[in-house]
Design a protein around this ligand. Structure first.
Ligand code: HEM
Length: 287
């Protein structure tokens, strides 16, 4: 590993060794949930089973940050903001960090009873699925350095790192299989995942703009609403139409479908504004 590789790993400098505000802010943001969880534990703010609480919290953060890591590249193109690429690796590694913390806390919760841990991983399908996602994330984390890119070659490395979508899909399945009463956040994460996949599909075919991103956002919002309704139908037999109607009632919560629509339209508007007033794509590609 060269000195410049080491510099790139520092959470507050860019590849040239200059201080980078975007890296520093991202680093502190990624650290905040861990600090919060540590504080909750130290101050005794958790239930009588703190490890169980922290398994859930760390799982939630692993999921959110994993989705965020997928948003970095689309944001780069839509917002024409090249420097955001500086934090892609850091966000991906943060997702891995929270995943490993989640698994480690689960082992703590089971008092490191290795036989039980292995049996649970093999016999409970939602844990087997989580394990598969974790194995992929570890493989991606281990090969996320410049040396691996050089060794594997850009094409093979990109192919390998495309597995992040499979890992996210498996993590979402793991999440949905574990949900008991309230599927809102699981549906929200699924909705964002579908939104990111659709924006990716749009970018592959054409230049992203309001005209193609806004309809994609609408379709993704409808899919999110349907998915949530289907989940409740299958798990509690609440009627699909009742859950769908609840999407329009914002008096007690903003539904996952509306969040997806709002975020999707905001990104579409950003694409429009940046296309009009931002740097031209050629300059963006060279930067
Ligand atoms: C070996 C791998 C894994 C194991 C053993 C594991 C274990 C668990 C367990 C036991 C729960 C249920 C907690 C409870 O309700 O008390 C859970 C929930 C969860 N896990 Fe995992 N998990 C693994 C991988 C992952 C991965 C890769 C992700 C995402 C990146 C993830 C995200 C979540 C989420 C979001 C929840 C729901 C938390 C909540 O109810 O608020 N897990 N996991």
């Amino acid at each position: 590993m060269t000195a410049s590789d080491l510099t790139a790993w520092l959470p507050w400098t860019d590849r040239a060794g200059r201080a980078s505000w975007i890296k520093l802010v991202t680093f502190l943001t990624m650290l905040a949930p861990a600090v919060w969880m540590l504080t909750e534990w130290r101050m005794g703010w958790l239930s009588p089973k703190p490890a169980t609480d922290l398994v859930r919290e760390s799982g939630d953060w692993a999921m959110r940050i994993l989705i965020l890591s997928l948003a970095v590249t689309p944001l780069r193109y839509v917002a024409r903001f090249n420097r955001v690429i500086l934090v892609r690796r850091m966000v991906g590694l943060a997702a891995l960090f929270y995943t490993l913390a989640h698994v480690a806390l689960w082992c703590v919760d089971l008092r490191f009873d290795w036989l039980k841990i292995v049996m649970e991983l093999v016999l409970r399908l939602f844990l087997t699925v989580g394990l598969a996602a974790t194995v992929i994330l570890v493989a991606l984390g281990v090969t996320s350095n410049d040396l691996s890119i050089r060794k594997l070659g850009a094409a093979r490395w990109n192919k390998l790192h495309g597995l992040v979508y499979a890992a996210t899909f498996l993590s979402l399945v793991h999440y949905f299989m574990e949900v008991r009463l309230d599927a809102s956040e699981a549906a929200l994460m699924c909705g964002y995942f579908i939104l990111l996949m659709s924006f990716r599909a749009v970018r592959r075919r054409t230049t992203p703009g309001f005209i193609n991103l806004a309809p994609a956002a609408l379709v993704c919002a409808v899919m999110t609403g349907l998915m949530e309704a289907l989940y409740y139908k299958l798990s509690t037999s609440v009627s699909v139409s009742r859950v769908l109607m609840a999407n329009f009632d914002v008096s007690y919560r903003v539904s996952p479908a509306l969040w997806v629509l709002g975020v999707g339209l905001a990104v579409a508007a950003l694409a429009h504004l940046r296309a009009r007033f931002g740097p031209k794509p050629a300059r963006l590609a060279r930067a």
